[in-house]
Ligand binder design. Sequence first.
Ligand SMILES: [Zn+2]
Length: 122
Amino acid sequence: MFKVRVKDTSPERRVRKVLRQFGCQFETNVKGLPGTPDIVLFELGIIIFVNGCFWHHHYRCPKGGLPKNNRLIWRRKIIATEIRDAKNIRQLKELGWEVITIWECETYSQYRIKQILTNFLF
Ligand SMILES: [Zn+2]
């Protein structure tokens, strides 16, 4: 099996940086919660997934498309990831968590990260 989520990817680092600027306390890669969330703000009941656009199939994103070769194989893997993501989010919501998904392409702008987080945090 090959690993989908890599620890300490730079989009995650960019999000964590903003959270620190906001003075938020958080834990990362929390096992024991569905999907091993990238970032968990326990005090606020908020979970953040920082998703790679390709692996997590970001719709209408230039990075979310399928490669030309072996499309079927890729499609199958990516759809499996998509289904798993949806299931994890549903489970987390059932447990009472607020779930935020931030896409890799959104993390290129610190302003955009702040905008997304501000909607949830304040
Ligand atoms: Zn994207």
